[in-house]
Design a protein around this ligand. Structure first.
Ligand code: SF4
Length: 386
């Protein structure tokens, strides 16, 4: 042990010679290999439900330290990815999500004014503004059960126009079948968002018009089409910690964890069933939301963990803790679909104070398909042209 240490320790009194240089190179290499081994171990580690529960139970500082360590092994420590979200069709949604002001089922109590599809030129103008203020991804959301046949040319045109601005594109349009997912992939869509919201068990307390399995089917169609998957949750809807553990476990049961995972803190909206209940009974502790972010970061080390709804009501210190817990993506702009968001000027100030910088857009990697050589039986990956 002492011998190993003496090789690694610098010795200022000896002149440098080729052997010292070689030792130093070997040590650098060993250090790099050790880091790479840790990275691949972290990336491939399969956390059981018991492991996830044990992470949630850690003392908060231990959990934060572990999450930040994992974060730094896979991402630039102080870089964040910034997205802007625009509602391209608002309200009167046929689904009955109990937290959502856009559901047609709650319109008598939320009084939300429904709006038709936004014209293409208005969407493009908003995308240009988003780019000018530092966003690398432009997300477009429509309050649909699923896009109809007549909506598809509209969304395809939006994807192409927004991509032409040099922005990554993301859409959230409800359920997608295989053909629709392929159409969006062919148009160049980078990400598709479809949240699981919560655990399978608690889900029936949240939505009745769309099943958990239908959500998973859409995510499978998105994954198979080659589009990056964005899928997250909403904490603070009255679910238990067991439900939060099960939601993380559900992500790990997928063939590949989503590339982007929004961890939302419920914004209780008066007039929605869940919002009214939470307003009456009180909100979940912010620290439990931060725990959920940290556990997600550790279990899904290469995913972007996104701060979405709920940021508006948080202090700078609470948001700093969320970044410490491994969040590295957030929404910019003062509105998230229909709920408020932190203002752009306060985000700029916070980023300056925390020393965070914005990440540039990275295009979706080319789609690869497995191809079997009929003669040799050898399987290889072929990159498809865009
Ligand atoms: S969350 Fe989405 S699917 Fe559910 S009601 Fe709101 S807009 Fe519709």
């Amino acid at each position: 042990m002492a011998g190993l240490l003496s090789i690694a320790e610098p010795n200022a009194s000896r002149p440098t010679d080729p052997i010292d240089n070689q030792n130093s190179l070997n040590n650098d290499l060993l250090a790099r290999l050790a880091t790479d081994a840790t990275k691949s171990l972290q990336a491939s580690k399969q956390y059981s439900r018991e492991d996830i529960a044990a992470l949630f139970d850690l003392p908060l500082m231990d959990l934060l330290l572990q999450a930040q360590t994992v974060h730094r092994q896979h991402f630039a420590a102080n870089e964040v990815q910034i997205s802007t979200l625009l509602s391209i069709k608002t309200g009167n949604c046929p689904e009955d999500c109990g937290y959502c002001s856009q559901s047609g089922h709650h319109r008598d109590t939320t009084k939300l004014q429904a709006e038709k599809r936004l014209e293409v030129d208005k969407v493009i103008a908003a995308a240009k503004r988003a780019k000018a203020t530092g966003s690398s991804r432009f997300c477009m959301g429509a309050a649909w059960k699923h896009p109809s046949a007549k909506d598809m040319p509209y969304v395809v045109e939006l994807i192409k126009e927004v991509k032409a601005l040099g922005l990554e594109t993301c859409m959230t349009l409800g359920m997608l079948d295989t053909a629709q997912a392929t159409q969006l992939a062919d148009a160049g869509l980078d990400y598709y968002n479809h949240n699981l919201d919560t655990s399978r068990r608690y889900y029936e307390q949240v939505v009745s018009t769309r099943s958990y399995d239908e959500r998973l089917d859409t995510l499978t169609n998105v994954r198979n089409s080659g589009i990056n998957v964005c899928s997250g949750n909403i904490v603070g809807m009255g679910e238990s910690r067991d439900d939060r553990i099960d939601w993380v476990h559900e992500l790990l049961k997928m063939p590949k964890a989503p590339e982007s995972i929004p961890v939302n803190l419920l914004v209780p909206i008066a007039g929605t069933p869940i919002g009214d209940r939470v307003i009456e009974e009180g909100q979940l502790s912010v620290l439990e939301w931060i725990r959920t972010i940290a556990v997600t970061r550790i279990c899904c080390p290469t995913s972007y963990v996104r701060l979405s709804a709920g940021r508006e009501s948080l202090s700078d210190s609470e948001q700093a803790l969320a970044f410490m817990a491994g969040a590295n993506s957030f929404f910019y702009g003062d509105k998230l679909l229909t709920t408020g968001n932190a203002s752009q000027s306060s985000d700029n100030r916070l980023m300056r104070e925390l020393g965070l910088t914005a990440q540039f857009a990275a295009p979706r990697p080319p789609k690869q398909v497995p191809v079997m050589d009929a003669m040799s039986g050898h399987q290889s990956q072929v990159v498809l042209a865009e």
